[in-house]
Write a protein that binds this ligand. Structure first.
Ligand code: HSE
Length: 309
């Protein structure tokens, strides 16, 4: 096999209470990529559709991730790789745009080489690409894309990812107000210290959410989807956030919070019908504004990145 076509899905990081550690994978939106093995050594980005992004491998998140893997494998390699990206996830949307490109390139190379690396190693290489976009290493968008479903990043040094179970009736609704928020800027506004009371509240929520995923306890999911640390600072960046959240909850969502660093906002619901009601309520919130939006309803994607036939 010398060429592979893949779908690299969008992801939701943080999942309300789990800043930088929790994430889940979507299946209705993602990037399409083609990775090709070539006789010429090195990594080349040969095509980018959709958005204006750099072709130099060292400046493109997919290229940086691929280079990190390639350098590690170099002693054994007498070939190179071309990467084509059909970019469908808007950069700066808060649903893991850079992570999808970074993890897609290393997944594709790994498949073409007969899978010499495991999922944790792929996440590690992809993290080098992700760091280019956000000025820091975090894997909470990468891990759910590569492992599928819900993931918990226990640590990044050494990298340890834990796959969590996905309750079968859980659906996500995403609204993406068409403004760009750069992850680095959205991180820069966060406080460096957290009051102990809020920390206690937050880690109780993380533990509860993990338990609720294991036991498919939807009422505990509802109870745990609360972010008392990050949301109070970041919500000011997102137009209509409070009313959007109130409307989503009123429509039946179990919880509603900022997706990653925003501006997208996600809700989780029990069942597709409620997730669609939540989508309508979210759209309605923006009906009389001048802000363009996109919305998606998605089952949780337990497979993650996949090879296309
Ligand atoms: N956990 C990261 C953040 C995700 O919230 O800054 C960025 O997409």
């Amino acid at each position: 096999m010398t060429e592979i076509k893949i779908f690299s899905p969008a992801t939701v990081a943080n999942v309300a209470c789990g800043f930088d550690v929790l994430g889940f994978c979507l299946d209705s939106v993602g990037d399409y990529m083609t990775i090709r093995k070539t006789d010429e050594k090195g990594i080349r980005i040969t095509k980018i559709d959709g958005f204006d992004l750099p072709y130099e491998a060292e400046k493109n998140v997919a290229g940086v991730a691929a280079l990190a893997m390639y350098k590690d494998l170099d002693l054994d390699l007498d070939c190179g790789f071309e990467i084509e990206i059909d970019k469908r996830i808007r950069p700066g949307s808060g649903i893991g745009s850079s992570a999808a490109s970074a993890s897609g390139s290393v997944y594709g190379i790994n498949e073409l080489l007969g899978r010499p690396k495991d999922k944790t190693e792929l996440t590690f290489y992809a993290m080098q690409g992700e760091a280019l976009a956000s000025n820091c290493e975090h894997a909470d968008n990468l891990a759910p894309g590569i492992f599928g479903g819900f993931t918990l990043v226990k640590s990044i040094n050494p990298l340890k990812v834990i796959s969590l179970p996905t309750p079968s009736e859980l659906y996500a609704t995403i609204i993406h107000p068409q403004i760009e928020i750069k992850t680095a800027e959205s991180r820069a506004i966060l406080p460096k210290e957290v009051p102990l009371g809020k920390a206690i509240n937050q880690w109780a929520n993380v533990g509860s959410l993990v338990h609720a995923l294991h036991t498919s306890d939807y009422s505990l999911i509802k109870n745990a989807l609360e972010d008392v640390i990050i949301e109070p600072f970041r919500k000011a960046l997102i137009p209509n956030f409070d009313i959007l959240k109130a409307n989503a909850l009123k429509a039946g969502a179990l919880g509603c919070a900022i997706s990653g660093s925003g501006p997208s906002v996600f809700a989780l619901s029990k069942g597709k019908n409620i997730a669609e009601d939540v989508e309508s309520a979210m759209r309605q919130t923006f009906a009389n504004t001048s802000i363009a939006i996109e919305t998606y309803v998605s089952k949780i994607n337990v497979e993650g990145i996949k090879t296309l036939e």
